[in-house]
Ligand binder design. Sequence first.
Ligand code: 3H9
Length: 704
Amino acid sequence: MQLVRLERRGDVAVLTIANPPVNAIGTAVVAGLASAIDRFEADRSYKALLVHCDGSTFVAGGDIGSFDDPGFSAAPFNATLDRIETLDRPVVASLHGSVLGGGLELALACHWRVALPSTKLGMPEVKLGLLPGSLGTQRLPRVAGIKLALDMISTGRNISAQAAKDAGIIDEVSDGVPLETGLAFAQALISRGGAARRISTLIIPPGGIEADFFATAANDARTKKSFYPAAAAIVQAVQASTLPFKDGAAVEARLFEELRQSRESMALRHLFFAECEAAKVPGLAKDVKTRPITKVGIVGAGTMGGGIAMNFANAGIQTVLVETSQAALERGLGMMKGNYEASAAKGRLTTQQVSQRMALLTGSLDYAALSDCDLVIEAVFENMELKKQICARLGQVCKSGAIIATNTSTLDVDVLAQATARAQDVVGMHFFSPANVMRLLEVVRGAQTAPDVLATVMQLARKIGKVAVVSGVCYGFIGNRMAEVYMREAEFLLMEGATPSQIDGAVESLGMAMGPCRMLDMAGIDVGAKTVIEYGKAGGLPPDPTYRAVVRRMFELGRFGQKTGAGYYRYEGRKPEEDPETARIAKELAGTHGIAQRSEISRQEIIERLLYPLINEGFKIFEEGIAWRPGDIDVVWTAGYGFPDHKGGPMFYADSLGLGVIADRMAHYAATRGNAYGYWTLSPLLQKQAGERKQLIDSKAGTS
Ligand code: 3H9
């Protein structure tokens, strides 16, 4: 396929990029651009050049996959942009879709820009741990001003076509077909004798900005975004736009290359592709017909059910909530209204949007209200017997072809599927709290889940803005199964004498959003303890009396975490304070179970004991086929559990550390702590990869 074409339309040479799906710029496109420019230069009968793209979008960026090539260089594309800008006849870019990164850089090298009203423009490189590497840090400030340019490049946010016009980034907003609007603009330009204009020749006026502007921005980047080297580099590169263009360009080139090779950027690029991959269901026929979802039912209007319902109302889907009492129903609907009103108060929603969303949410005390729903999700608390009863009832009440989903976070989806007597319609939809905010959705495929059910739920997840990862059935699926070993070690460390803030501080120092103690206090110790108790009833727990002894004791004492003002920490409002009572409880348990307390436990030991078993569990999950790809595990932990994205998720992080290091330290803990219950037994896959000195994830982002 020809990726770049040059065709005549009267006086105008039309350059078309056709590189689906998003017209990303890679080596072949750059070569195509160069040859098209050669032809344009050679033919003096053309009066203007129009650059546009086939398909649903203008160029959405450089080809992210190519950044992993050791021989990658931005120089050929940058030289091509330079050639475009220095052309002596006007060059017009006609924009549509997502004009991002290298796409916006291409547009800024053109002399004039026209865009459809629906166009989104942005420089999202920062989300990949990069900065714009094709002169975006130099050209954008020259047209948009330093403040807006720095804001767009630092946040990676998109702006609308109208906002871009107001900021001077584009010249005209015009509706129609991109080729035709671009041609009309180019022809009008020719008629009025419009000439070439070059952003690189613009000079940023000195003194147009506060004297300490860049110092403050650099300080913010260093302190607030210390885990992300791109943040500080972006400030430096944008500051360099006040230098002569060539000098600024050299600064940008150096910084881009440093970032491209940074671990952080590799990790974020891995996650970009891992998220794209996670949406793909292996073996699912492309033409599988999904089931229409126009009405959703939720059983349970508690925090979880309410949060889940809001996702559907946000997407314009009618949703009915079923509860057992009027009071519970009213409480649930009131909570949702309160959440929407809080968003409106922050200016995120209009009052009209609040009313529209609330109008989509109704409540009922009668299961009959679920009979015309296309999807019903049970979201009652984690109790197998209760969930089985509800599933049995849903099996009877739901219409034929309706999907029945369980929001269980740990229980056996196949057992629940059997309870409905229509297992092919059943799937797990594990939302994360707060369900209207957290991006992750674990989709649990049961042994009999029908392919079209899986396809429908994956499509629906995208519609409601979730990143969905498919998991097989096992205790806790991908996320909570790994969290279980992490919590296990956190509790052992408490009993050995570490404080909650030492434990949390250790993993937070790596960039984890929240350590295990704060996490459980927030999620609810009662919820955590009941899950462990349920797991025990199902025979899943090791015969170890010390296993998760702390959470169970806290539960007995009514220390449920934030909601009761005390858990691992004591709370004044939401602020956690160290609580001597926790140390006392841990010491008492240590005494009961004969666990020796130590006055000092190193940060390194805490990190290793929390994260290495978690990684080991991830390996088991992958080799058992519970997760299809290591990247799926990384998406679960970064999107749902606050694992630092700049470390790429636990599996990518394991590769960065070296699997041999993890295997050695696991062996060390097996020897020093004993391994009666197999806590330190290596997954065969981890052992094999470590032995062969191999990585788990191929460096070509996201594939295993
Ligand atoms: C950059 O530009 C650096 C420059 O400064 C310097 C360059 C020298 N590359 O998301 P979707 C794939 S950095 C390669 O489902 P949507 C994606 O993996 C780049 N592949 O579609 C997926 O593949 P698959 C700055 C890319 O309609 C398919 O396209 N730009 C790229 O929901 C469809 O993607 C960005 O960071 C790419 N740049 O959303 C933009 N982009 O079908 C990143 C997409 O195999 N992209 N793919 O799974 C996006 O934000 C969204 O894809 C977009 C479309 C909004 C464009």
